[in-house]
Design a protein around this ligand. Sequence first.
Ligand code: PMP
Length: 364
Amino acid sequence: AAEPAYSFAAGPARLPDAVLARAGEALFARGGDGAAAIERPFTGDAFRATLAHARERLAALLALPANYRILFMAGGAMQHFSLLPMNLLGASRRAAYADSGYWSRRAIDEGWKQAAVSVVATPPAGAPAAPDVSPGSGWDIPADAAYCHLTPNETADGVAWAALPDTGAVPLVADVTSCFLAAPLDVSRFGLLYAGAQKNIGPAGLSVVVVRDDLLERARPELPAPFSYAVQAAQDSCVTTPPTAAIQLAALVFDWIAERGGLPAMAAANAAKAARLYGFIDASGGFYTAPVRRDCRSPVNVRFHLADSVQDAVFAAEAERRGLFHLRGHPRVGGLRASLYNAMPMTGVDALVDFMADFMRRRG
Ligand code: PMP
Protein backbone atom coordinates (compact mmCIF):
# COMPACT_ATOMS: atom_id res chain seq x y z
CA ALA A 1 0.00 0.00 0.00
CA ALA A 2 1.11 3.59 -0.64
CA GLU A 3 2.49 5.49 2.33
CA PRO A 4 -0.15 7.79 3.85
CA ALA A 5 0.26 11.48 3.05
CA TYR A 6 0.14 14.18 5.72
CA SER A 7 -0.65 17.88 5.64
CA PHE A 8 1.34 19.96 8.12
CA ALA A 9 -0.58 23.10 7.18
CA ALA A 10 -1.04 25.77 9.84
CA GLY A 11 -4.70 26.00 8.86
CA PRO A 12 -7.12 24.95 7.58
CA ALA A 13 -5.54 21.90 9.10
CA ARG A 14 -6.08 18.17 9.23
CA LEU A 15 -9.24 16.96 10.98
CA PRO A 16 -9.29 13.79 13.09
CA ASP A 17 -9.65 10.62 10.99
CA ALA A 18 -12.65 9.53 13.07
CA VAL A 19 -14.40 12.85 12.39
CA LEU A 20 -13.92 12.55 8.64
CA ALA A 21 -15.19 8.98 8.80
CA ARG A 22 -18.37 10.05 10.61
CA ALA A 23 -18.97 13.30 8.76
CA GLY A 24 -20.46 11.81 5.61
CA GLU A 25 -23.32 10.16 7.42
CA ALA A 26 -23.71 12.86 10.08
CA LEU A 27 -23.80 15.82 7.70
CA PHE A 28 -24.84 14.61 4.30
CA ALA A 29 -27.23 11.66 4.76
CA ARG A 30 -30.89 12.55 4.35
CA GLY A 31 -33.15 11.72 7.27
CA GLY A 32 -36.87 10.96 7.48
CA ASP A 33 -37.55 14.70 7.34
CA GLY A 34 -36.18 14.81 3.79
CA ALA A 35 -33.14 16.79 4.85
CA ALA A 36 -29.51 16.14 5.66
CA ALA A 37 -27.95 18.00 8.59
CA ILE A 38 -26.48 20.66 6.31
CA GLU A 39 -29.94 21.21 4.79
CA ARG A 40 -31.84 21.73 8.04
CA PRO A 41 -33.08 25.15 9.11
CA PHE A 42 -31.16 26.84 11.90
CA THR A 43 -34.44 27.57 13.64
CA GLY A 44 -35.46 23.90 13.75
CA ASP A 45 -35.21 21.50 16.69
CA ALA A 46 -32.57 19.30 15.06
CA PHE A 47 -30.04 22.09 14.55
CA ARG A 48 -30.80 23.61 17.95
CA ALA A 49 -30.08 20.24 19.55
CA THR A 50 -26.73 20.05 17.72
CA LEU A 51 -25.88 23.59 18.78
CA ALA A 52 -26.72 22.82 22.40
CA HIS A 53 -24.67 19.62 22.23
CA ALA A 54 -21.67 21.48 20.81
CA ARG A 55 -21.96 24.17 23.49
CA GLU A 56 -22.32 21.68 26.33
CA ARG A 57 -19.50 19.43 25.12
CA LEU A 58 -17.17 22.40 24.76
CA ALA A 59 -18.15 23.74 28.19
CA ALA A 60 -17.38 20.33 29.70
CA LEU A 61 -14.00 20.08 27.93
CA LEU A 62 -13.07 23.55 29.22
CA ALA A 63 -14.56 23.00 32.71
CA LEU A 64 -16.24 26.30 31.94
CA PRO A 65 -17.12 28.44 34.97
CA ALA A 66 -20.84 29.29 35.20
CA ASN A 67 -20.33 33.00 34.46
CA TYR A 68 -18.95 32.45 30.95
CA ARG A 69 -20.82 32.17 27.68
CA ILE A 70 -19.83 30.30 24.53
CA LEU A 71 -20.63 31.87 21.16
CA PHE A 72 -20.36 30.18 17.77
CA MET A 73 -19.99 32.85 15.14
CA ALA A 74 -19.36 33.10 11.43
CA GLY A 75 -15.96 34.32 10.34
CA GLY A 76 -12.38 33.85 11.43
CA ALA A 77 -10.09 35.09 14.16
CA MET A 78 -9.41 38.34 12.37
CA GLN A 79 -13.11 39.20 12.61
CA HIS A 80 -12.78 38.96 16.36
CA PHE A 81 -9.69 41.01 16.86
CA SER A 82 -11.40 43.58 14.64
CA LEU A 83 -14.66 43.46 16.62
CA LEU A 84 -13.02 43.48 20.04
CA PRO A 85 -12.73 47.23 20.59
CA MET A 86 -16.38 47.81 19.61
CA ASN A 87 -17.48 45.13 22.03
CA LEU A 88 -15.13 45.65 24.93
CA LEU A 89 -14.03 49.27 25.16
CA GLY A 90 -17.21 50.39 26.92
CA ALA A 91 -16.61 53.90 28.25
CA SER A 92 -12.83 53.65 27.84
CA ARG A 93 -10.86 54.68 24.76
CA ARG A 94 -7.75 52.72 25.62
CA ALA A 95 -6.70 49.11 25.16
CA ALA A 96 -3.44 47.36 26.02
CA TYR A 97 -1.81 44.87 23.66
CA ALA A 98 1.19 42.62 24.02
CA ASP A 99 3.30 42.23 20.90
CA SER A 100 4.65 38.71 20.55
CA GLY A 101 4.77 38.29 16.80
CA TYR A 102 2.89 38.40 13.53
CA TRP A 103 -0.69 37.77 14.67
CA SER A 104 -0.59 39.96 17.75
CA ARG A 105 0.70 42.76 15.49
CA ARG A 106 -2.22 42.25 13.13
CA ALA A 107 -4.52 42.58 16.15
CA ILE A 108 -2.70 45.76 17.18
CA ASP A 109 -3.12 47.23 13.70
CA GLU A 110 -6.88 46.63 13.87
CA GLY A 111 -7.03 47.88 17.47
CA TRP A 112 -5.60 51.25 16.42
CA LYS A 113 -8.56 51.85 14.12
CA GLN A 114 -10.88 52.17 17.08
CA ALA A 115 -8.83 52.57 20.23
CA ALA A 116 -5.81 54.28 21.71
CA VAL A 117 -3.47 51.31 21.82
CA SER A 118 -0.79 50.91 24.46
CA VAL A 119 1.72 48.23 23.52
CA VAL A 120 2.65 46.93 26.95
CA ALA A 121 5.06 44.15 26.13
CA THR A 122 7.34 43.35 23.23
CA PRO A 123 9.39 40.27 22.37
CA PRO A 124 12.96 40.23 23.69
CA ALA A 125 15.79 40.86 21.26
CA GLY A 126 17.61 37.85 19.84
CA ALA A 127 15.93 34.51 19.20
CA PRO A 128 12.16 34.72 18.66
CA ALA A 129 10.47 34.45 22.05
CA ALA A 130 7.40 35.62 23.93
CA PRO A 131 7.54 38.73 26.13
CA ASP A 132 8.75 38.20 29.67
CA VAL A 133 5.86 37.80 32.11
CA SER A 134 7.86 37.48 35.32
CA PRO A 135 7.02 39.93 38.14
CA GLY A 136 8.87 43.20 37.63
CA SER A 137 9.33 42.57 33.92
CA GLY A 138 7.97 46.01 33.16
CA TRP A 139 4.42 45.47 32.01
CA ASP A 140 2.89 48.87 32.50
CA ILE A 141 -0.82 48.44 31.83
CA PRO A 142 -2.65 51.77 31.93
CA ALA A 143 -5.36 51.75 34.59
CA ASP A 144 -7.91 52.98 32.05
CA ALA A 145 -7.23 50.12 29.60
CA ALA A 146 -10.48 48.29 28.88
CA TYR A 147 -8.62 45.03 28.28
CA CYS A 148 -5.20 43.57 27.66
CA HIS A 149 -4.88 41.50 24.49
CA LEU A 150 -2.36 38.77 23.88
CA THR A 151 -1.75 35.86 21.53
CA PRO A 152 -0.61 32.88 23.64
CA ASN A 153 0.49 30.90 20.60
CA GLU A 154 1.91 32.80 17.65
CA THR A 155 1.14 30.54 14.70
CA ALA A 156 3.51 32.21 12.24
CA ASP A 157 6.43 32.77 14.62
CA GLY A 158 6.17 29.39 16.34
CA VAL A 159 6.29 31.15 19.69
CA ALA A 160 4.20 30.18 22.73
CA TRP A 161 3.91 31.85 26.12
CA ALA A 162 5.36 29.81 28.96
CA ALA A 163 3.07 31.60 31.45
CA LEU A 164 0.37 34.26 31.48
CA PRO A 165 0.94 37.77 32.81
CA ASP A 166 -0.91 39.12 35.81
CA THR A 167 -2.93 42.03 34.44
CA GLY A 168 -4.67 42.83 37.73
CA ALA A 169 -8.15 44.25 37.27
CA VAL A 170 -7.73 44.66 33.50
CA PRO A 171 -9.38 41.67 31.76
CA LEU A 172 -7.09 39.46 29.72
CA VAL A 173 -8.31 38.85 26.18
CA ALA A 174 -6.59 36.13 24.19
CA ASP A 175 -6.44 35.05 20.57
CA VAL A 176 -6.22 31.31 21.18
CA THR A 177 -6.76 30.37 17.53
CA SER A 178 -3.82 28.00 17.27
CA CYS A 179 -3.68 26.65 20.86
CA PHE A 180 -7.37 26.25 21.74
CA LEU A 181 -8.19 22.69 22.85
CA ALA A 182 -4.54 21.64 22.47
CA ALA A 183 -4.09 21.63 26.25
CA PRO A 184 -6.13 22.44 29.38
CA LEU A 185 -6.75 26.14 29.85
CA ASP A 186 -7.83 28.00 32.98
CA VAL A 187 -10.70 30.02 31.52
CA SER A 188 -11.11 31.98 34.74
CA ARG A 189 -7.83 33.79 34.00
CA PHE A 190 -9.45 35.44 30.96
CA GLY A 191 -12.19 37.93 30.29
CA LEU A 192 -12.57 36.76 26.72
CA LEU A 193 -11.08 34.10 24.46
CA TYR A 194 -11.58 33.67 20.76
CA ALA A 195 -10.40 31.18 18.16
CA GLY A 196 -10.84 30.66 14.46
CA ALA A 197 -11.98 27.09 13.95
CA GLN A 198 -9.59 25.90 11.29
CA LYS A 199 -6.89 24.48 13.57
CA ASN A 200 -8.38 22.41 16.41
CA ILE A 201 -12.12 23.05 16.18
CA GLY A 202 -13.26 22.24 12.66
CA PRO A 203 -13.50 23.80 9.22
CA ALA A 204 -12.84 27.44 8.36
CA GLY A 205 -15.79 29.82 8.46
CA LEU A 206 -16.59 29.33 12.13
CA SER A 207 -15.09 30.87 15.21
CA VAL A 208 -15.65 30.32 18.91
CA VAL A 209 -15.81 33.11 21.49
CA VAL A 210 -15.78 32.45 25.24
CA VAL A 211 -16.75 35.55 27.17
CA ARG A 212 -17.33 36.44 30.81
CA ASP A 213 -20.91 37.60 31.42
CA ASP A 214 -20.11 40.99 32.90
CA LEU A 215 -18.11 42.04 29.82
CA LEU A 216 -21.19 41.68 27.62
CA GLU A 217 -22.56 44.86 29.14
CA ARG A 218 -19.86 46.89 27.41
CA ALA A 219 -21.03 46.30 23.83
CA ARG A 220 -21.88 49.55 22.10
CA PRO A 221 -25.62 49.84 21.38
CA GLU A 222 -24.95 51.07 17.83
CA LEU A 223 -22.99 47.90 17.07
CA PRO A 224 -24.58 45.89 14.23
CA ALA A 225 -26.46 43.03 15.89
CA PRO A 226 -24.56 40.12 14.26
CA PHE A 227 -21.27 41.59 15.50
CA SER A 228 -22.40 42.25 19.05
CA TYR A 229 -21.30 39.61 21.54
CA ALA A 230 -24.09 40.73 23.84
CA VAL A 231 -26.79 40.25 21.21
CA GLN A 232 -25.28 36.96 20.04
CA ALA A 233 -25.14 35.72 23.64
CA ALA A 234 -28.75 36.71 24.24
CA GLN A 235 -29.84 34.85 21.08
CA ASP A 236 -27.69 31.73 21.45
CA SER A 237 -25.45 32.61 18.47
CA CYS A 238 -28.47 32.68 16.15
CA VAL A 239 -28.92 36.40 15.47
CA THR A 240 -28.34 35.48 11.86
CA THR A 241 -28.00 32.06 10.21
CA PRO A 242 -24.90 30.58 11.84
CA PRO A 243 -22.48 28.34 9.87
CA THR A 244 -24.54 25.22 10.57
CA ALA A 245 -22.35 22.69 8.76
CA ALA A 246 -19.21 23.96 10.48
CA ILE A 247 -20.91 23.79 13.89
CA GLN A 248 -22.04 20.24 13.18
CA LEU A 249 -18.45 19.26 12.34
CA ALA A 250 -17.12 21.06 15.40
CA ALA A 251 -19.53 19.03 17.54
CA LEU A 252 -18.00 15.85 16.08
CA VAL A 253 -14.52 17.17 16.89
CA PHE A 254 -15.53 17.97 20.48
CA ASP A 255 -16.95 14.44 20.81
CA TRP A 256 -13.69 13.01 19.49
CA ILE A 257 -11.63 15.04 21.99
CA ALA A 258 -13.88 13.88 24.85
CA GLU A 259 -13.64 10.23 23.72
CA ARG A 260 -9.85 10.47 23.63
CA GLY A 261 -9.68 11.72 27.22
CA GLY A 262 -10.27 15.45 26.93
CA LEU A 263 -7.73 18.25 27.00
CA PRO A 264 -5.18 16.53 29.30
CA ALA A 265 -4.94 13.72 26.74
CA MET A 266 -4.57 16.25 23.89
CA ALA A 267 -1.78 18.00 25.81
CA ALA A 268 0.08 14.76 26.48
CA ALA A 269 -0.09 13.66 22.84
CA ASN A 270 0.91 17.12 21.59
CA ALA A 271 3.86 17.26 24.01
CA ALA A 272 5.08 13.86 22.81
CA LYS A 273 4.88 14.92 19.14
CA ALA A 274 6.67 18.21 19.83
CA ALA A 275 9.39 16.48 21.87
CA ARG A 276 10.00 14.02 19.03
CA LEU A 277 10.37 16.72 16.37
CA TYR A 278 12.28 19.35 18.38
CA GLY A 279 14.43 16.58 19.85
CA PHE A 280 15.42 15.43 16.39
CA ILE A 281 16.11 18.99 15.20
CA ASP A 282 18.24 19.80 18.26
CA ALA A 283 20.23 16.58 17.84
CA SER A 284 20.91 17.20 14.14
CA GLY A 285 24.27 18.85 14.81
CA GLY A 286 23.13 22.14 13.32
CA PHE A 287 21.88 20.68 10.02
CA TYR A 288 18.40 21.77 11.13
CA THR A 289 17.88 24.78 13.39
CA ALA A 290 14.81 25.59 15.50
CA PRO A 291 15.20 29.37 15.89
CA VAL A 292 12.73 29.97 18.74
CA ARG A 293 14.13 30.23 22.27
CA ARG A 294 13.62 26.87 23.97
CA ASP A 295 11.35 28.05 26.78
CA CYS A 296 9.01 29.73 24.26
CA ARG A 297 8.71 27.09 21.58
CA SER A 298 5.22 26.40 20.35
CA PRO A 299 4.27 22.75 20.80
CA VAL A 300 1.97 22.94 17.80
CA ASN A 301 3.73 25.18 15.25
CA VAL A 302 7.29 23.90 15.00
CA ARG A 303 9.56 26.29 13.13
CA PHE A 304 12.87 25.16 11.72
CA HIS A 305 15.22 25.93 8.87
CA LEU A 306 18.28 24.68 7.09
CA ALA A 307 21.57 26.50 6.78
CA ASP A 308 20.49 28.41 3.69
CA SER A 309 17.02 29.31 2.49
CA VAL A 310 17.55 27.73 -0.95
CA GLN A 311 17.89 24.41 0.86
CA ASP A 312 14.58 25.08 2.67
CA ALA A 313 12.81 25.19 -0.69
CA VAL A 314 14.56 22.01 -1.88
CA PHE A 315 13.55 20.32 1.38
CA ALA A 316 9.89 21.34 1.05
CA ALA A 317 9.72 20.19 -2.58
CA GLU A 318 11.30 16.80 -1.83
CA ALA A 319 9.07 16.36 1.22
CA GLU A 320 6.02 16.68 -1.02
CA ARG A 321 7.28 13.87 -3.20
CA ARG A 322 7.34 11.78 -0.02
CA GLY A 323 3.75 12.71 0.87
CA LEU A 324 4.59 15.43 3.42
CA PHE A 325 2.77 18.63 2.48
CA HIS A 326 2.61 22.31 3.48
CA LEU A 327 5.91 22.52 5.33
CA ARG A 328 6.78 26.02 4.08
CA GLY A 329 6.99 28.63 6.82
CA HIS A 330 4.63 31.59 7.01
CA PRO A 331 5.52 33.92 4.11
CA ARG A 332 6.39 36.79 6.49
CA VAL A 333 8.65 34.59 8.57
CA GLY A 334 10.23 32.23 6.05
CA GLY A 335 11.93 28.91 6.71
CA LEU A 336 9.93 25.77 7.40
CA ARG A 337 7.08 25.00 9.76
CA ALA A 338 5.32 21.81 10.76
CA SER A 339 1.95 22.31 12.44
CA LEU A 340 1.08 19.44 14.75
CA TYR A 341 -2.43 20.12 16.00
CA ASN A 342 -4.60 17.59 17.81
CA ALA A 343 -5.49 15.63 14.67
CA MET A 344 -1.88 15.02 13.59
CA PRO A 345 -1.01 11.49 14.69
CA MET A 346 2.46 10.50 15.90
CA THR A 347 2.77 8.46 12.70
CA GLY A 348 2.79 11.77 10.79
CA VAL A 349 5.61 13.10 12.95
CA ASP A 350 7.49 9.82 12.55
CA ALA A 351 7.16 10.09 8.77
CA LEU A 352 8.47 13.66 8.87
CA VAL A 353 11.42 12.78 11.11
CA ASP A 354 12.30 9.78 8.90
CA PHE A 355 12.32 12.05 5.87
CA MET A 356 14.40 14.68 7.68
CA ALA A 357 16.95 12.06 8.69
CA ASP A 358 17.13 10.74 5.15
CA PHE A 359 17.47 14.25 3.66
CA MET A 360 20.27 15.00 6.11
CA ARG A 361 22.13 11.78 5.23
CA ARG A 362 22.00 12.63 1.56
CA ARG A 363 22.87 16.33 1.86
CA GLY A 364 24.79 16.58 5.13
N1 PMP B 1 -4.75 34.69 14.89
C1 PMP B 1 -3.97 33.61 14.87
C2 PMP B 1 -3.17 33.26 16.08
C3 PMP B 1 -3.92 32.82 13.71
O1 PMP B 1 -3.15 31.72 13.68
C4 PMP B 1 -4.69 33.17 12.59
C5 PMP B 1 -4.68 32.34 11.32
N2 PMP B 1 -3.57 31.61 11.06
C6 PMP B 1 -5.47 34.32 12.67
C7 PMP B 1 -5.49 35.05 13.84
C8 PMP B 1 -6.32 34.77 11.51
O2 PMP B 1 -7.35 33.88 11.39
P1 PMP B 1 -8.47 34.04 10.27
O3 PMP B 1 -7.80 33.81 8.98
O4 PMP B 1 -9.43 32.95 10.67
O5 PMP B 1 -9.06 35.39 10.41
